[in-house]
Write a protein that binds this ligand. Sequence first.
Ligand code: E4P
Length: 219
Amino acid sequence: MKIFLDTANIEEIKKGVDWGIVDGVTTNPTLVSKENAVFEDRIVEICETVKGPVSAEVISTDYEGMVKEAEKLANLNPHVVVKIPMLPEGIKAVKTLSQKGIKTNVTLIFSPLQAFLAAKAGATYVSPFIGRMDDIGNTGMDIVGEIVTIFENYQFGTEVLVASVRHTEHVLEAALTGADVVTIPMVVLEKMFKHPMTDIGLERFLKDWKKYQDYMDKK
Ligand code: E4P
């Protein structure tokens, strides 16, 4: 399963890339609005930092507007994946863009049938929003399993990108369900490294090694 960072913050991306386990980045208008940066410049900077797929979202909601924006975004860098909202006009745009060889990520997916339509149109990725489904009392991960099954049944090349991740359990469930990608906020990625038994174990090893060295020095 690929790991994408869900952020437009360059310092977070540099940190994740330095660990060697980040394959790409997803952004959205909310994440970009938190940064003091020109949108297009930041997308290029992210592409040059991660050197993997970087999702950048269109703002238009009509077919012509989405295709025009998508072409501009795709021209910024070969790593750009254009994020298109799950709308009838959006699906039409995805079909056109896939025929032009422009990679797409259909965002705001809340049902397996929405994902099915996006795959039919030739989307590169679909992004089911797990945390936001949990927020309204559903079990977001359920639709991830259903999407994975549908894509396997019909051998769609579209990748399942688990989005709106709130905690490490979501990442575990995504991996167990066979999702292709999970996009993770830095705060969740950092928690994935941690286990109290690792800290206790390491402390004990270092303490015992110090005792051993003191003993050897006195010999
Ligand atoms: C990423 O592609 C999504 O836009 C993002 O994961 C949404 O996360 P949120 O529901 O925490 O805003």
